[in-house]
Design a protein around this ligand. Structure first.
Ligand code: ATP
Length: 350
Protein backbone atom coordinates (compact mmCIF):
# COMPACT_ATOMS: atom_id res chain seq x y z
CA UNK A 1 0.00 0.00 0.00
CA UNK A 2 1.47 3.38 -0.95
CA UNK A 3 0.52 6.63 0.79
CA UNK A 4 0.39 10.13 -0.54
CA UNK A 5 -0.19 13.38 1.32
CA UNK A 6 -0.91 16.27 -0.94
CA UNK A 7 -1.01 19.79 0.52
CA UNK A 8 -2.41 18.61 3.87
CA UNK A 9 -3.30 21.50 6.18
CA UNK A 10 -4.66 21.43 9.71
CA UNK A 11 -5.24 24.19 12.26
CA UNK A 12 -6.57 24.15 15.81
CA UNK A 13 -8.17 27.56 16.33
CA UNK A 14 -5.32 30.04 15.88
CA UNK A 15 -2.62 27.36 16.04
CA UNK A 16 -1.63 26.04 12.62
CA UNK A 17 -0.23 22.53 13.01
CA UNK A 18 0.20 21.63 9.31
CA UNK A 19 0.88 24.23 6.62
CA UNK A 20 0.76 21.99 3.56
CA UNK A 21 2.38 18.57 3.97
CA UNK A 22 3.43 16.90 0.73
CA UNK A 23 4.93 13.45 0.88
CA UNK A 24 4.85 10.01 -0.66
CA UNK A 25 5.45 6.75 1.18
CA UNK A 26 6.14 3.80 -1.11
CA UNK A 27 4.67 0.35 -0.74
CA UNK A 28 6.50 -1.66 1.93
CA UNK A 29 8.70 1.24 2.98
CA UNK A 30 9.85 2.19 6.49
CA UNK A 31 9.28 5.94 6.36
CA UNK A 32 10.05 8.28 9.25
CA UNK A 33 8.66 11.69 10.14
CA UNK A 34 11.31 13.44 12.22
CA UNK A 35 11.41 16.94 13.64
CA UNK A 36 11.39 18.94 16.86
CA UNK A 37 8.49 19.05 19.27
CA UNK A 38 5.42 20.77 17.82
CA UNK A 39 6.46 20.52 14.14
CA UNK A 40 3.36 18.50 13.24
CA UNK A 41 4.49 14.85 13.27
CA UNK A 42 1.63 13.45 15.35
CA UNK A 43 -0.97 15.53 13.53
CA UNK A 44 0.31 14.17 10.20
CA UNK A 45 0.09 10.61 11.53
CA UNK A 46 -3.43 11.22 12.82
CA UNK A 47 -4.49 12.53 9.40
CA UNK A 48 -3.21 9.29 7.83
CA UNK A 49 -5.04 7.21 10.45
CA UNK A 50 -8.25 9.20 9.90
CA UNK A 51 -8.33 10.35 13.54
CA UNK A 52 -7.98 13.91 12.28
CA UNK A 53 -9.58 15.44 9.19
CA UNK A 54 -7.38 17.81 7.15
CA UNK A 55 -8.77 21.33 6.59
CA UNK A 56 -7.33 21.21 3.07
CA UNK A 57 -5.41 18.78 0.89
CA UNK A 58 -5.77 15.06 0.40
CA UNK A 59 -4.56 11.78 1.90
CA UNK A 60 -4.46 8.94 -0.65
CA UNK A 61 -4.00 5.21 -0.13
CA UNK A 62 -2.80 3.55 -3.35
CA UNK A 63 -3.94 6.64 -5.23
CA UNK A 64 -7.47 6.70 -3.73
CA UNK A 65 -8.59 9.68 -1.65
CA UNK A 66 -9.58 8.33 1.79
CA UNK A 67 -11.11 11.54 3.16
CA UNK A 68 -14.54 9.93 3.55
CA UNK A 69 -13.20 6.70 5.03
CA UNK A 70 -13.45 6.39 8.85
CA UNK A 71 -10.38 5.19 10.84
CA UNK A 72 -11.71 1.66 11.42
CA UNK A 73 -12.15 1.16 7.67
CA UNK A 74 -8.67 2.32 6.69
CA UNK A 75 -6.99 -0.92 7.76
CA UNK A 76 -4.19 0.81 9.65
CA UNK A 77 -2.50 -0.44 12.82
CA UNK A 78 -1.32 2.15 15.33
CA UNK A 79 1.17 1.98 18.20
CA UNK A 80 1.52 4.98 20.49
CA UNK A 81 4.21 5.98 22.96
CA UNK A 82 2.15 4.94 25.97
CA UNK A 83 1.47 1.24 25.92
CA UNK A 84 -2.35 1.51 25.94
CA UNK A 85 -2.80 -2.21 26.62
CA UNK A 86 -5.90 -3.42 28.44
CA UNK A 87 -4.58 -4.03 31.97
CA UNK A 88 -7.16 -6.64 32.99
CA UNK A 89 -6.65 -8.78 29.87
CA UNK A 90 -3.83 -11.25 29.34
CA UNK A 91 -1.24 -10.70 26.64
CA UNK A 92 -3.11 -13.17 24.38
CA UNK A 93 -6.41 -11.40 24.90
CA UNK A 94 -4.80 -8.06 24.15
CA UNK A 95 -3.33 -9.33 20.88
CA UNK A 96 -6.64 -11.04 19.95
CA UNK A 97 -8.61 -7.87 20.65
CA UNK A 98 -8.61 -6.42 17.11
CA UNK A 99 -9.34 -9.83 15.60
CA UNK A 100 -12.83 -10.12 17.09
CA UNK A 101 -14.00 -7.44 14.63
CA UNK A 102 -11.88 -8.68 11.79
CA UNK A 103 -11.21 -12.46 12.05
CA UNK A 104 -8.22 -13.75 10.09
CA UNK A 105 -8.98 -15.20 6.70
CA UNK A 106 -8.65 -18.97 6.55
CA UNK A 107 -7.15 -19.38 10.04
CA UNK A 108 -8.21 -19.32 13.67
CA UNK A 109 -7.77 -16.40 16.06
CA UNK A 110 -5.61 -18.62 18.28
CA UNK A 111 -3.24 -19.49 15.46
CA UNK A 112 -2.93 -15.85 14.45
CA UNK A 113 -2.20 -14.77 18.04
CA UNK A 114 0.47 -17.49 18.31
CA UNK A 115 2.08 -16.26 15.09
CA UNK A 116 2.10 -12.68 16.28
CA UNK A 117 3.54 -13.53 19.71
CA UNK A 118 6.27 -15.60 18.04
CA UNK A 119 6.99 -12.72 15.65
CA UNK A 120 7.70 -10.33 18.53
CA UNK A 121 9.48 -13.03 20.54
CA UNK A 122 6.89 -13.28 23.31
CA UNK A 123 5.77 -16.86 22.72
CA UNK A 124 6.04 -17.73 26.42
CA UNK A 125 4.27 -14.69 27.80
CA UNK A 126 0.73 -15.17 26.47
CA UNK A 127 -0.97 -15.84 29.79
CA UNK A 128 0.61 -12.97 31.69
CA UNK A 129 -1.06 -9.67 32.39
CA UNK A 130 0.59 -6.50 31.05
CA UNK A 131 1.61 -5.36 34.55
CA UNK A 132 3.84 -8.46 34.80
CA UNK A 133 5.85 -7.35 31.75
CA UNK A 134 8.75 -4.92 31.28
CA UNK A 135 8.25 -1.70 29.29
CA UNK A 136 9.95 -3.20 26.26
CA UNK A 137 7.81 -6.35 26.42
CA UNK A 138 4.65 -4.25 26.65
CA UNK A 139 5.61 -2.37 23.50
CA UNK A 140 6.14 -5.72 21.76
CA UNK A 141 2.60 -6.70 22.79
CA UNK A 142 1.29 -3.38 21.46
CA UNK A 143 3.10 -4.06 18.18
CA UNK A 144 1.71 -7.62 17.98
CA UNK A 145 -1.79 -6.28 18.65
CA UNK A 146 -1.47 -3.64 15.92
CA UNK A 147 -0.16 -6.21 13.43
CA UNK A 148 -2.61 -9.05 14.21
CA UNK A 149 -5.37 -7.85 11.83
CA UNK A 150 -2.77 -7.67 9.00
CA UNK A 151 -3.00 -3.90 8.46
CA UNK A 152 -2.05 -2.36 5.11
CA UNK A 153 -0.29 0.45 6.95
CA UNK A 154 1.48 0.50 10.33
CA UNK A 155 1.67 3.86 12.13
CA UNK A 156 4.11 4.20 15.02
CA UNK A 157 4.08 7.34 17.17
CA UNK A 158 7.27 7.51 19.27
CA UNK A 159 6.82 3.86 20.30
CA UNK A 160 10.24 3.62 21.95
CA UNK A 161 10.57 6.95 23.69
CA UNK A 162 9.47 5.72 27.13
CA UNK A 163 12.21 3.07 27.17
CA UNK A 164 15.80 3.38 28.37
CA UNK A 165 18.54 3.90 25.77
CA UNK A 166 19.83 0.31 25.53
CA UNK A 167 16.37 -1.17 25.23
CA UNK A 168 15.43 1.44 22.66
CA UNK A 169 18.38 0.45 20.46
CA UNK A 170 17.48 -3.21 20.82
CA UNK A 171 13.81 -2.72 20.06
CA UNK A 172 14.34 -0.52 17.06
CA UNK A 173 16.34 -3.31 15.42
CA UNK A 174 13.54 -5.69 16.31
CA UNK A 175 10.96 -3.31 14.88
CA UNK A 176 12.88 -3.06 11.64
CA UNK A 177 13.17 -6.85 11.42
CA UNK A 178 9.43 -7.37 11.98
CA UNK A 179 8.58 -4.64 9.47
CA UNK A 180 10.86 -6.21 6.84
CA UNK A 181 9.52 -9.68 7.49
CA UNK A 182 5.93 -8.54 6.94
CA UNK A 183 6.70 -5.91 4.29
CA UNK A 184 4.05 -3.63 5.79
CA UNK A 185 4.16 0.04 4.76
CA UNK A 186 5.22 1.86 7.93
CA UNK A 187 5.21 5.48 9.04
CA UNK A 188 7.31 6.07 12.13
CA UNK A 189 7.26 9.29 14.17
CA UNK A 190 10.23 10.35 16.28
CA UNK A 191 11.91 13.54 17.46
CA UNK A 192 15.18 11.59 17.77
CA UNK A 193 17.30 12.31 14.71
CA UNK A 194 19.75 9.48 15.42
CA UNK A 195 16.88 7.01 15.56
CA UNK A 196 15.45 8.38 12.30
CA UNK A 197 18.81 8.01 10.54
CA UNK A 198 19.29 4.47 11.86
CA UNK A 199 15.93 2.94 11.14
CA UNK A 200 14.42 4.50 7.99
CA UNK A 201 14.38 3.53 4.34
CA UNK A 202 13.49 7.18 3.74
CA UNK A 203 12.62 10.04 6.05
CA UNK A 204 11.05 13.48 5.99
CA UNK A 205 12.33 16.30 8.20
CA UNK A 206 9.34 18.35 9.37
CA UNK A 207 9.69 21.94 10.47
CA UNK A 208 6.87 24.23 11.48
CA UNK A 209 4.11 22.23 9.74
CA UNK A 210 5.98 21.63 6.49
CA UNK A 211 8.29 19.03 4.99
CA UNK A 212 11.67 20.72 4.93
CA UNK A 213 13.41 17.87 3.07
CA UNK A 214 12.85 14.19 2.40
CA UNK A 215 14.95 11.37 1.02
CA UNK A 216 17.16 8.49 2.06
CA UNK A 217 18.91 9.03 5.42
CA UNK A 218 22.38 9.12 3.86
CA UNK A 219 21.46 11.65 1.20
CA UNK A 220 19.61 14.01 3.57
CA UNK A 221 22.51 13.79 6.06
CA UNK A 222 25.17 14.37 3.42
CA UNK A 223 23.33 16.93 1.33
CA UNK A 224 21.08 19.04 3.54
CA UNK A 225 19.29 21.71 1.54
CA UNK A 226 18.58 24.11 4.40
CA UNK A 227 20.38 25.21 7.52
CA UNK A 228 17.58 23.76 9.65
CA UNK A 229 18.13 20.28 8.19
CA UNK A 230 21.93 20.69 8.35
CA UNK A 231 21.73 21.39 12.09
CA UNK A 232 18.82 19.11 13.02
CA UNK A 233 20.08 15.85 11.48
CA UNK A 234 23.36 15.20 13.28
CA UNK A 235 25.65 17.96 14.47
CA UNK A 236 27.05 20.63 12.19
CA UNK A 237 29.27 23.68 12.27
CA UNK A 238 27.38 26.26 10.21
CA UNK A 239 29.44 29.35 9.41
CA UNK A 240 27.91 32.37 7.70
CA UNK A 241 30.18 34.04 5.19
CA UNK A 242 30.48 35.42 1.70
CA UNK A 243 31.55 33.43 -1.35
CA UNK A 244 33.57 34.56 -4.33
CA UNK A 245 33.86 32.36 -7.41
CA UNK A 246 37.19 30.74 -8.20
CA UNK A 247 38.71 29.50 -11.43
CA UNK A 248 38.68 25.72 -11.11
CA UNK A 249 35.07 24.90 -10.32
CA UNK A 250 35.61 25.88 -6.72
CA UNK A 251 34.87 28.99 -4.68
CA UNK A 252 36.34 30.76 -1.71
CA UNK A 253 34.17 31.48 1.29
CA UNK A 254 35.28 34.36 3.51
CA UNK A 255 34.31 33.87 7.14
CA UNK A 256 35.69 36.61 9.38
CA UNK A 257 39.38 36.91 8.56
CA UNK A 258 39.66 33.35 7.19
CA UNK A 259 39.12 32.17 3.62
CA UNK A 260 38.01 28.59 2.96
CA UNK A 261 38.10 26.74 -0.34
CA UNK A 262 34.93 24.83 -1.20
CA UNK A 263 33.71 22.88 -4.21
CA UNK A 264 31.12 24.40 -6.54
CA UNK A 265 30.52 27.85 -7.92
CA UNK A 266 29.03 30.18 -5.30
CA UNK A 267 28.79 33.95 -5.05
CA UNK A 268 27.39 36.16 -2.32
CA UNK A 269 26.05 35.28 1.12
CA UNK A 270 26.39 31.60 1.99
CA UNK A 271 26.48 29.29 4.99
CA UNK A 272 29.37 26.86 5.01
CA UNK A 273 28.48 23.66 6.92
CA UNK A 274 31.21 21.30 8.14
CA UNK A 275 30.39 18.17 10.16
CA UNK A 276 32.33 17.53 13.40
CA UNK A 277 33.77 14.36 11.85
CA UNK A 278 35.11 16.40 8.90
CA UNK A 279 37.23 18.69 11.08
CA UNK A 280 40.66 17.18 11.46
CA UNK A 281 43.92 18.18 13.13
CA UNK A 282 45.88 16.55 10.27
CA UNK A 283 43.95 18.11 7.41
CA UNK A 284 46.06 19.73 4.71
CA UNK A 285 43.36 22.16 3.50
CA UNK A 286 41.44 25.04 5.03
CA UNK A 287 43.55 25.20 8.17
CA UNK A 288 42.78 27.60 11.01
CA UNK A 289 43.54 27.92 14.70
CA UNK A 290 40.95 27.50 17.44
CA UNK A 291 41.05 27.19 21.23
CA UNK A 292 39.81 24.06 22.99
CA UNK A 293 37.13 24.85 25.58
CA UNK A 294 35.99 21.35 26.53
CA UNK A 295 36.18 17.68 25.56
CA UNK A 296 33.77 14.79 26.11
CA UNK A 297 34.91 11.17 25.97
CA UNK A 298 32.51 9.16 23.80
CA UNK A 299 34.17 5.76 24.11
CA UNK A 300 35.43 5.50 20.54
CA UNK A 301 36.35 9.19 20.12
CA UNK A 302 36.24 12.61 21.77
CA UNK A 303 33.72 15.33 21.11
CA UNK A 304 35.93 18.41 21.39
CA UNK A 305 34.50 21.91 21.73
CA UNK A 306 36.37 24.92 20.40
CA UNK A 307 36.14 28.66 20.48
CA UNK A 308 37.07 30.16 17.14
CA UNK A 309 37.09 33.96 17.33
CA UNK A 310 34.01 33.90 19.55
CA UNK A 311 32.20 31.18 17.55
CA UNK A 312 31.62 27.75 19.08
CA UNK A 313 32.77 24.80 16.94
CA UNK A 314 32.67 21.09 17.63
CA UNK A 315 34.93 18.37 16.24
CA UNK A 316 35.01 14.61 16.60
CA UNK A 317 38.62 13.67 17.22
CA UNK A 318 40.63 10.62 18.28
CA UNK A 319 42.38 12.55 21.05
CA UNK A 320 41.45 15.33 23.43
CA UNK A 321 43.87 18.20 22.75
CA UNK A 322 44.20 21.28 24.95
CA UNK A 323 45.10 24.90 24.30
CA UNK A 324 45.27 26.24 20.76
CA UNK A 325 44.96 23.70 17.97
CA UNK A 326 45.13 23.89 14.20
CA UNK A 327 42.09 22.32 12.54
CA UNK A 328 41.25 21.95 8.88
CA UNK A 329 38.82 20.29 6.48
CA UNK A 330 38.74 18.97 2.96
CA UNK A 331 36.87 21.31 0.56
CA UNK A 332 34.79 18.35 -0.60
CA UNK A 333 33.40 17.89 2.93
CA UNK A 334 31.84 21.37 3.19
CA UNK A 335 28.17 21.76 2.28
CA UNK A 336 27.52 25.28 1.04
CA UNK A 337 24.02 26.75 1.35
CA UNK A 338 23.10 29.98 -0.38
CA UNK A 339 21.44 32.54 1.84
CA UNK A 340 18.68 34.61 0.40
CA UNK A 341 16.37 37.43 1.49
CA UNK A 342 16.30 38.21 5.20
CA UNK A 343 18.64 35.27 5.77
CA UNK A 344 21.49 37.04 4.02
CA UNK A 345 21.13 40.01 6.40
CA UNK A 346 22.99 37.99 9.05
CA UNK A 347 26.16 38.34 7.05
CA UNK A 348 28.09 40.01 9.85
CA UNK A 349 31.18 37.91 9.27
CA UNK A 350 32.31 38.99 5.87
P1 ATP B 1 5.62 16.34 19.75
O1 ATP B 1 6.92 15.77 19.27
O2 ATP B 1 5.81 17.30 20.89
O3 ATP B 1 4.57 15.31 19.99
P2 ATP B 1 4.58 16.94 17.12
O4 ATP B 1 5.63 17.26 16.12
O5 ATP B 1 4.00 15.59 17.09
O6 ATP B 1 5.10 17.31 18.57
P3 ATP B 1 1.87 17.88 16.90
O7 ATP B 1 1.44 17.14 18.11
O8 ATP B 1 1.45 17.37 15.58
O9 ATP B 1 3.46 18.05 16.89
O10 ATP B 1 1.40 19.39 17.08
C1 ATP B 1 1.64 20.40 16.10
C2 ATP B 1 1.12 21.72 16.62
O11 ATP B 1 -0.30 21.68 16.74
C3 ATP B 1 1.63 22.09 18.00
O12 ATP B 1 1.86 23.47 18.03
C4 ATP B 1 0.50 21.70 18.92
O13 ATP B 1 0.50 22.51 20.07
C5 ATP B 1 -0.71 21.93 18.05
N1 ATP B 1 -1.79 20.99 18.38
C6 ATP B 1 -1.78 19.65 18.19
N2 ATP B 1 -2.96 19.08 18.59
C7 ATP B 1 -3.71 20.09 19.06
C8 ATP B 1 -5.04 20.17 19.63
N3 ATP B 1 -5.80 19.08 19.77
N4 ATP B 1 -5.49 21.39 20.00
C9 ATP B 1 -4.73 22.50 19.84
N5 ATP B 1 -3.48 22.49 19.32
C10 ATP B 1 -2.98 21.32 18.94
Amino acid sequence: MSLELDGVERAYGDATALRGIDLTVRDGEFFTLVGPSGCGKTTTLRCIAGLEAPDAGAVRFDGTDVSGVPPEKRNVGVVFQEYALFPTMTVRENVAYGLQFDPPEGGSVDTRVDEMLALVDLGEMGERNPDALSGGQRQRVALARALAPAPDVLLLDEPLSALDARLRDELRLELKRVQRELGVTTVYVTHDQAEALAVSDRLAVLHDGRVEQDGEPESVYESPETRFVAEFLGENNCLDGRAVGGETGGSTVHVGSEAFDVHGDYRGPVTCCVRPESLDVNATHNRFEARVTDAEFLGDAYRVHFDWNGRPLVARLNDAPTGRVTLGFDPVDAVVLERRGSDSGRDADS
